[in-house]
Design a protein around this ligand. Sequence first.
Ligand SMILES: [Zn+2]
Length: 283
Amino acid sequence: MVEGTITRRFGRNNGHSTQIDIKFENCKITITKKIKFIKNPAGADDSAFSKFKQNFKDAISRFMNNSFKLIMTGDDCPCREIPIEIKLVEDNNGYPLNMMVGSSDSSPSGTNGARIQENDRTGTPDIANANTYAHEAGHFILGANDEYRGNNTNAPVFNDNSLMGNYHQEGYQEAEIKARHFQFVKDWFEGHFPPANNCPVTLVKIGPKKEITVPIRDLRAAIEDLPETPVGNGTCQLVKERDTPGGGFAVKCKGKCAQYRCVSSPTMTLQGTNVTLRCKCSQ
Ligand SMILES: [Zn+2]
């Protein structure tokens, strides 16, 4: 077992910091965040507060928990697959989260705590709320910076459906946490298990995968690596389906589309020695 605390800086000009408790044990990495949930206003309805808290926890789980894994390749490594778990623990000495029951505004996070509005800014749809809960957790759990224009001084802007980017414009369903937000986990792990020991480490998204491009000879392994049911936001994505009595797998598309339906057979294109499988939504 290896344990540590990582300090990361985030926010405008890296003006805030967060402490990340991280542990590697039994081929799993766990990031634990202790949180003190504060009902605000204090007189707010208890059941409304619990519901809000649960929605907040669900959003973290959906966007971040087990969304990436490390893979060690080599014949003599301690593990092959190492999923990264995000665990929230309620603790009175934890990071203070002012849960603004029933209110609507922006939700700032800083070194000493955050204020989470139950509803996003006026004019944004309800679907935005979960994105914003998880976005704020991206700051205070992972130490990720903002990636949208305007609040990212000295940090790069990304337009790739990032949870830390402008999902109001790019789409709420499409937003996802990115490998770069977990890069520090890989760096930490490699500090303890240097790749020079014949066990190189790669950081891999667990899902959803809407598209894969692999050398034809690796296609079978890539399909076996797919989940059997849609993961993450559950959007239309590649899944494997048990196909033959011998236990082989076929590849299908399953999940939700914002409009239309998820076409069950992926399109397949060949280019040189690579093959691309892609899911699409269509009428
Ligand atoms: Zn932010």
